[in-house]
Write a protein that binds this ligand. Structure first.
Ligand code: SAH
Ligand code: SF4
Ligand code: F3S
Length: 453
């Protein structure tokens, strides 16, 4: 009998949210490639579309809801299309999705992405049997859900690497602990093995990911007596030959240890930049946010870091318009921003998330007040970002060459400084993957332009 060969199905993943989500999409991509699917160039030519979603703020959730309308239209044009949705929004809103978007074929959560190939098979067989409804699985796993064998990395030089998942902090505004579960760390041996493999494949930079990397090692994915701190893990990763740069996000100020500051100041491979979300400069608001540190403690930390690592650069996250925030509280944040002088600030308007403690707090502010404060703070941060960026002008600095825009002549290589600034400069594509010295001739707030020395 002649066997009819069906062409390989093509998949397209659209990712929203934080680096953790982008990293998990690389894992999903790897899984699907291993199953024999092929990546689609764009969403139009895909046979399988997967949305990996975020719900950290209402703006993030609204983007997903908007995208669902687009998917519905695609499905009407092509009823054979397989549509899947997963990640944080799906974990929080699976019921809403089942009700409002019956055209979706499968829904997965934040902890069960490894079953996606099975979900696709279930969808395919339900179509044959005409037994058709959305396949829903947002189950939470008890043990190891970490599998990193065939990750399809999108950058050839720098790799994201989750070292833990979930969060135990329950900051009062935040949905993340509810959608990603309790904090669980990967075993250090597995992480080291993965980084060594990446080093052998030519990767130069590793970006360790976790909601709060500083509390790494509190609870592992399997039962063990192991006691390993984040600083110890970093030390071990630093010893891996071939890896030249190590970054990590996110650090929670309350858990940033003196050991870590000391290691950052002595270990050349650890980048001298730190994302240290402050969220607010007012003690009253920090307490309502359940951040577990004071303004004084945070500024003390910054000052200690600046003393021990003079070249360090900082970035931060700030929420304005938290319930009960007065003009005085807001001014405390403004003053803190001026004092620290972050190279980059991710500034957000408070957004109520269902089920969080902040939802029940009194004195929610109007959108007008929140927007007004956000604009005022943005203006100040933008000026600081620009001024800090200008300081690079005329300096010669090491840049890790990450890629090239092959369509362009002249300045077409891209890379990053140790302080995580993007640099565009001229040079041969053979430099990709190397750290080169670049002289900065021109700056914009977020990008530096220069030439290889
Ligand atoms: N684990 C990281 C990232 C959390 S989400 C951390 O602790 O920093 C990224 C940022 O989104 C947070 O730092 C916070 O500034 C912002 N954010 C979270 N929940 C929010 C909400 N309900 N409204 C507005 N911004 C929020
Ligand atoms: Fe959310 Fe706070 Fe956990 Fe960060 S540390 S993910 S802000 S609860
Ligand atoms: Fe969003 Fe989930 Fe990350 S809610 S910010 S994608 S952890």
């Amino acid at each position: 009998m002649e066997i009819l060969q069906t062409p390989l199905k093509k998949f397209y993943i659209k990712t929203y949210g934080c680096q953790m989500n982008f990293s998990e999409s690389e894992i999903i991509s790897g899984l699907l490639l291993r199953e024999g699917f092929k990546p689609a160039e764009d969403i139009q030519e895909a046979d399988i579309i997967i949305l990996n979603t975020c719900t950290v703020r209402d703006t993030a959730a609204n983007k997903i809801i908007g995208k669902l309308g687009e998917l519905k239209k695609l499905k009407e044009l092509n009823p054979g299309l397989i549509l899947g949705i997963g990640g944080c929004f799906a974990q929080a809103e699976s019921e809403f999705l089942c009700r409002k978007a019956p055209f979706l074929d499968f829904i997965f959560g934040t902890q069960n992405k490894l079953i996606i190939p099975d979900l696709i098979k279930m969808v395919e067989s339900s179509r044959i049997s005409d037994d058709y409804e959305t396949v829903l699985d947002i189950s939470v796993q008890d043990e190891s859900q970490f599998e990193y064998t065939d990750v399809s990395y999108s950058n050839p030089v720098s790799a994201w690497l989750p070292i833990m998942q979930g969060c135990d902090n329950f900051c009062s505004y935040c949905i993340v602990p509810y959608v990603r579960g309790k904090e669980i760390s990967r075993l250090p041996g597995d992480i080291i093995q993965q980084v060594s493999g990446l080093a052998e494949r030519g990767y130069k930079e590793i970006i360790l990911l976790g909601q709060n990397v500083n509390s790494y090692g509190k609870r592992f994915s399997v039962k063990t007596d192991l006691q390993v701190t984040f600083t110890e893990l970093l030390k071990n990763i630093s010893n891996i030959e071939g890896i030249e740069r190590i970054r990590f996000i996110t650090s929670h100020p309350k858990d940033l240890s003196d050991d870590l500051i000391d290691l950052m100041s002595t270990e050349k491979k650890i980048c001298k930049s730190l994302h240290l979300p402050v969220q607010s400069g007012s003690d009253r608001i920090l307490k309502l946010m359940k951040r577990q540190y004071t303004r004084e403690y945070y500024l003390g930390l910054i000052s200690k870091l600046k003393t021990k690592i003079p070249e360090i650069s900082f970035s931060t996250d700030i929420i304005v318009g938290f319930p009960g925030e007065t003009e005085d509280d807001f001014n405390d944040t403004v003053e803190l921003v001026k004092e620290v002088r972050y190279e980059q600030g991710y500034l957000f308007r408070f957004s109520v998330r269902t089920g969080t403690a902040a939802e029940k707090l009194p004195d929610h502010l109007s959108e007008e007040v929140k927007k007004d404060r956000l604009w005022r703070l943005m203006e100040i941060q933008d000026r600081i970002t620009e001024e800090e960026s200008r300081k690079y002008s005329g300096k010669t600095i090491p840049v890790l060459v990450e890629g090239a825009d092959f369509k362009k002549e002249g300045e077409h290589l891209t890379g990053r400084t140790e302080t995580n600034k993007i640099v565009i400069f001229n040079g041969s594509e053979k430099l990709i993957g190397n750290i080169v010295k670049v002289k900065i001739n021109r700056t914009t707030p977020y990008t530096l332009f220069g030439e290889v020395i």
